[in-house]
Design a protein around this ligand. Structure first.
Ligand code: NDP
Length: 258
């Protein structure tokens, strides 16, 4: 309907106060979208929102109650989303059981909790965009972990694989199970598995895709990355604007292997 195409579209971006999340918000605002930056620090959120003409809400992926509170606040404000961009993530230095646990808690379990809480607030025909990484490609894993991640058929199974990885690291047997010694890569491989599961479970009402922004100069990507934040965010925006695909993994608007 003509009237529907003129409606202002709404995107909520997690981790929107800096880096790729903020720049994705900026690019969508320029395209006329209403942008909600979900940030764990309210002051940083307000400052970022003011910089791009968006609005800020509080969300901490490490605190599940903030996800349910955010969903309740959106409902109370009668604010429906067109796209949820699951962008927030951490990449910690070093590799040990603590790093594995924290990384899986935020990048995988926190993201899935937020997605579960906010999915009912997304309009029919809307989408979820998981900001993932080429480092999470299945080729980063060896058997048997690789086959198990590829075959994961439910959110519970994906989460269980995350817990198994953390336990494996603590007991120094993760490599024998086929996991790499990179909590970040495992968190993104499991996020990709969750993308495939959610695309099936939430479709046809919602579409769910993963996107890799490329290696980008942000706090997370570091100063040696070849891409600037504008290029990286453009890759995310291309997937936000993708209106047909579901269950795919994209970089710069083109499908890439899982
Ligand atoms: P940054 O480190 O620049 O920004 C990360 C954002 O996530 C910040 O806004 C941060 O908030 C937020 N965040 C971290 N922990 C939490 C939490 N517990 N709750 C809520 N928000 C949190 O990273 P990038 O912009 O580079 O990365 C954005 C996404 O892109 C990530 O998913 C990353 O994995 C992915 N990516 C990045 C690449 C790169 O080269 N940069 C390459 C491939 C993928 P705060 O300021 O409060 O810490």
């Amino acid at each position: 309907m003509a009237r529907d195409t003129k409606r202002t579209r709404v995107a909520l971006i997690t981790g929107g106060n800096r880096g790729l999340g903020l720049e994705t918000g900026r690019q969508l605002t320029r395209r006329g979208w209403r942008v909600v930056l979900a940030c764990r620090d309210p002051d940083k959120g307000r400052e970022a929102a003011a910089a791009i003409g968006g609005e800020a809400r509080v969300l901490d992926l490490a605190k599940a109650t903030t996800a349910t509170a955010l969903a309740a606040a959106l409902e109370a404000d009668e604010l429906a989303l067109d796209v949820l961009v699951d962008n927030a993530a951490i990449s910690l230095r070093g590799f040990d059981a603590r790093v594995a646990e924290k990384t899986i808690a935020v990048n995988l379990l926190g993201t899935l909790a937020v997605t579960g809480a906010l999915a009912p607030r997304i309009r029919d025909g809307g989408a979820i965009v998981m900001v993932s990484s080429g480092l999470g490609e299945l080729s980063a894993l060896r058997e048997p972990a690789r086959g198990r991640v590829a075959a994961a058929a439910s959110r519970a199974e994906v989460e269980r694989l995350g817990y198994e990885f953390v336990a494996g690291v603590a007991e120094r047997r993760h490599e024998a199970a086929g996991w790499p010694s990179s909590a970040y890569a495992v968190s993104k491989a499991l996020l990709n598995a969750a993308t495939r599961v959610l695309a099936r479970d939430l479709g046809p009402r919602l579409r769910v895709n993963a996107v890799c922004p490329g290696w980008v100069r942000t706090d997370l990507g570091g100063p040696r990355a070849p891409r600037d934040v504008g290029e990286g965010a453009a890759s995310i925006v291309a997937t936000v604007l993708e209106e047909r695909a579901t269950g795919g993994f994209f970089r710069d608007g083109r499908a890439i292997p899982w």
